[in-house]
Design a protein around this ligand. Structure first.
Ligand SMILES: [Fe+2]
Ligand SMILES: [Fe+2]
Length: 308
């Protein structure tokens, strides 16, 4: 049962206000907005063939550490077959243009979570149709970031609590925007957008629920891994691959995420490509996390500019 009070507004890219701050978001309030929008229909287009998505995707996949993960030619071929099945509607694709133009980190991140989560799903989800459904959720998992001011998304110094709240707003905003565009609150992509920052032990956001869905968890682990191994605005040096995998292992040890997804990710990072059930993980931590990481540090509140 959904019951969330919105801290910030939710608007579409063309600036239509769906919900003002303070709204109590329930399935009923969401249904009313979807109903008001029922006459709209959108064309869909293959995600991989949109703009330079395929070219950019293949480019990112050939740079370290992704080049090891995606080194098997046959696997890439099978992967592209799945990625090609994903069709998205035009307003959703336009959010990608927005990120490509204004926040390239998020654009690249979306493409990598799309490719990596599908690769992991191929091993973990035996049902092919379910795997295809998962693949379609990667491109939209962070769509709610269109509701976060760009200066916060790209801030290089520690975030204040208010700014952190704005970033966390993207999960709920993504759920609402996708319900609006799909005209349905049920699609898997909506659930992924809402829950991909939840954790098994309930320590995540926005609801602090216990993460139980294996599909959402595959996106969550792909999301964490990609955020660690590329430089981010708040951390100009990336984690080295070993430190990133150790960080994720630590999260499995703390029961924040499950071992099967972690083992699958580690299996793909090994040149011999073992089956994930054969992967043994050493308890020893030898990687070196970057020093200039301000993530997780809370800054003093600044005076807010009324224009924001
Ligand atoms: Fe996210
Ligand atoms: Fe993400």
């Amino acid at each position: 049962m959904l019951k969330l009070t919105l801290q910030h507004s939710i608007r579409t890219l063309d600036n239509q206000l769906l919900f003002p701050p303070g709204t109590l978001l329930t399935e009923e309030t969401l249904d009313a907005v979807i109903y008001s929008h029922r006459a709209y229909s959108y064309q869909t287009y293959p995600f991989l063939l949109y703009g330079s998505v395929k070219e950019d995707c293949l480019n990112f996949l050939s740079t370290p550490p992704y080049e090891t993960i995606f080194s098997d030619k046959k696997q890439i071929h099978d992967l592209l077959n799945i990625l090609e099945t994903v069709h998205l509607s035009i307003p959703i694709l336009q959010s990608l243009d927005y990120f490509k133009q204004h926040d390239f980190y998020t654009y690249a991140h979306i493409l990598m979570v799309f490719a990596l989560s599908t690769l992991l799903a191929k091993d973990l989800i035996p049902d092919y149709q379910e795997c295809i459904q998962l693949s379609a959720t990667g491109p939209t998992h962070d769509i709610g970031k269109i509701c976060v001011p760009l200066h916060i998304l790209k801030k290089t110094t520690p975030l204040t609590r208010t700014e952190r709240g704005f970033i966390e707003h993207h999960a709920t905003a993504g759920y609402v925007l996708l319900s609006y565009y799909y005209k349905d609150i049920q699609p898997l992509a909506n659930k992924v957008a809402l829950d991909h920052h939840e954790r098994r032990d309930g320590s995540g956001y926005p609801r602090g629920i216990l993460l139980k869905d294996p599909i959402v968890e595959i996106i969550a682990v792909s999301d964490i891994y990609d955020a660690l191994i590329v430089p981010r605005p708040y951390r100009s040096t990336a984690y080295d691959n070993r430190a990133a995998l150790e960080e994720i292992t630590k999260m499995a040890e703390q029961n924040k995420i499950g071992w099967d997804v972690v083992r699958t990710l580690i299996a793909h990072n090994r040149k011999s490509k073992p089956h994930y059930r054969e992967v043994t993980i050493s308890a020893e931590k030898r990687g070196t996390p970057p020093e200039n990481n301000v993530y997780g540090i809370i800054a003093e509140e600044e005076k807010t500019d009324p224009k924001d």
